[in-house]
Design a protein around this ligand. Sequence first.
Ligand code: GDP
Ligand code: MN
Length: 379
Amino acid sequence: MDLLEYQGKQLFKKHGVPVPEGRPAKTVEEAVAAAEALGYPVVIKAQVLIGGRGKAGGIKLAKARGEAEAHAKAILGMDIRGFTVHELYVEQASEIDEEYYAAILLDRTAKKPLAMLSRMGGMDVEEIAAKDPTAIVRLHVDPLIGFQGFHGRRLAYEAGIAADVVKPVVALLSRLYETFVEEDALLVEVNPLLVTKSREVVALDAKVTIDGNSLHRHPETAAMRNPAAEDPQEQMARERGLTYVKLDGNIGILGNGAGLVMSTLDVVAQAGGSPANFLDAGGGSKAEAIVDAVEVILSNPKVTAVLFNIFGGITRCDEVARGLVTAFGQIDVKVPFVVRLDGTNDEEGRKILADASLPNVHVEKTMLGAARKVVELAG
Ligand code: GDP
Ligand code: MN
């Protein structure tokens, strides 16, 4: 579960990671009241679950009441890369001297937390890493030993952190690691990690992802979920109990079984297509479940074709086919669908689909054939 910046900063504060003073606001009036209480200058920041707010005009400095009001008005409701701004964070403005980058994330391959530090913060990490991979220093932390002073000092020296702020940077990293472990985070990222004109080190931004499986241990964090700020498709899918992950492409994908769906994504990519989502409909053949899933897939306006990849194991293909026919009766089939049906009773299943002669529905026997067909139809 991703947290908004100010929620991440609440966790930072709890664990002693220094952050500027700030207050969240949902209306222009609340934002102005927050600015008045904090004292000018303040920064008005869009709270959306996506980065690059600065570049998109979602972060503005206000030196007086009128400016705070105008910026709050302009930013609320703004669209930032597909996310509507419903909330603001009003923060005491900081004077920037240097912008660093710090992060701790779970490295699944190494099965260890990975700490990262760079002197080149403030812009996209991907950009920094692409230009100069050595600009970001990485160090794995043995979870049984935890984050020690030597980890922090090694990161700081290798990253070339200015000598006068090594101590506070190391202290901040250690607090950040505590946040990561105690809050069951998968990622805590600070970009920029700010060195102010008075050489104080503070977290100016916060990107925190909490392991969703740990939320039963953190009721306060669980209550921070932001349905309004989440991706609309992912929100809709969660409400319907579907396992859905949005991707960048235009081909909607539905399959039964996580492994099958993952290989479907690979095969579609191999056929030259770009999947719009991961969606595992699970076992069973219920028409309602299929309708539910298709509605989620089609609510993504980028989708121009859909691939159903169904393997009949315990669930027989003829049952699935009957479910599909019922489902297609209830769906407004605006984009072409390709259905690949294989496994137990697949011939009967394909015959049921063929006999139903559904408009805009193409039946294929093999996974690769279906992938090629859907890529062709998606355009
Ligand atoms: P992001 O663009 O979504 O990553 O949002 P950030 O919170 O990282 O802000 C982007 C940029 O806005 C930072 O790198 C800073 O350069 C600038 N910024 C944010 N807060 C302040 C502030 O308090 N004072 C000043 N001068 N600049 C700020
Ligand atoms: Mn940032």
